[in-house]
Ligand binder design. Structure first.
Ligand SMILES: [Zn+2]
Ligand SMILES: [Zn+2]
Length: 305
């Protein structure tokens, strides 16, 4: 199970009713934050994302609307008594940015683990077997799109376990994908089942790779800076997408859900953009601050009876 909360859905500057684009994912008590613009920590408190659980922060790029909340966020985490390390990952340039951020934030009682995605590409392992795949976005500066993957092991076969004489006390460990007592998971697990995948893609225009990576994802949270189709040339120029382009990409990729986000401050009414996206992908949803969703595995039945 993964809980997704859109902490903000705006671009460039925070508005009274629209914070800067950021997404929170939480699973098994660990939190993952995508971007941290000015005010993201306020949205986190408002919408129930516990910063105390923040494990990994992924910065798409280093424009201020995705970054300027970071010194304050780190200070607040220190004030909350954070002791465990926090991983901060991003495209090349991370060290320079973090040096500046840490100068502003001052000494922290917890360690920052840095992870740079060389050439905007790579994989980062997370707790619980989950992972992040980074790939380059189409923006004016180096920028990553991030695919979160939570895999799911095959179904546990108690009959096989009994036949092999595996003590019941070891079953859960084997089901979790770890060897135990000289036995291996493949002895008792069926084929891997469908897990969960969530793709966060802003700031970016549509690309072939984005379409490929988005193939069949459970949730695509995508740049929809411009509501009007006529703004497509402007979107190319500034490295963004229109709502219609987000809808087209979602349809081509066969995603399960599409959330539009990173609205320009000029978009005061999301309905026309939503209509344009729905004309291409009927399931499109307008992003808004606090929009939340709990994603669960397809067959939630108990594995071990
Ligand atoms: Zn932006
Ligand atoms: Zn940007």
């Amino acid at each position: 199970m993964v809980q997704a909360i859109l902490l903000g859905s705006g671009a460039t500057r925070p508005l009274p009713d629209r914070a800067l684009a950021a997404l929170w994912l939480q699973t098994a008590g660990r939190g993952l934050l995508f971007d941290c613009g000015e005010g993201t920590q306020v949205s986190a408190q408002r919408y129930g994302a516990s910063l105390y659980k923040l494990d990994t922060l992924l910065l798409t790029h280093y424009h201020g609307d995705h970054l300027f909340g970071l010194p304050g966020l780190l200070q607040s985490m220190a004030a909350l008594g954070r002791a465990d390390p926090v991983t901060v990952a991003g495209p090349p340039g991370l060290d320079t940015i973090l040096d500046a951020v840490l100068t502003l934030a001052g000494p922290l009682p917890f360690a920052i683990r840095r992870h740079t995605f060389a050439e905007g590409r790579g994989t980062l392992a997370l707790c619980g077997g989950a992972s992040i795949t980074a790939f380059p976005a189409l923006h004016r500066v180096p920028c990553c799109s991030y695919l979160y993957t939570l895999p799911r092991a095959g179904r546990f076969d108690p009959g096989k376990a009994r036949a092999l004489g595996i003590p019941v006390a070891l079953w859960r460990t084997l089901q979790a994908g770890c060897p135990a007592g000289g036995f291996t998971p493949d002895q008792v697990l069926g084929p891997a089942r469908r897990g969960l995948r969530i793709l966060y893609a802003t700031d970016t225009g549509p690309t072939e790779e984005l379409c490929r990576q988005a193939g069949g994802v459970d949730l695509l949270c995508m740049d929809a800076t411009y509501a009007d189709d006529a703004d497509a040339p402007k979107a190319r120029l500034y490295g963004h997408a229109t709502c219609a382009e987000a809808g087209t990409l979602a349809a081509q990729a066969g995603v399960r859900r599409l959330w539009l986000t990173h609205y320009s401050a000029a978009v005061t009414d999301p309905e026309p953009g939503l209509a344009a996206a729905r004309a291409r992908f009927p399931g499109a949803e307008a992003g808004f601050d606090g929009k939340a969703l709990t994603l669960t595995f397809e067959d939630p039945g108990k594995d071990i009876p």
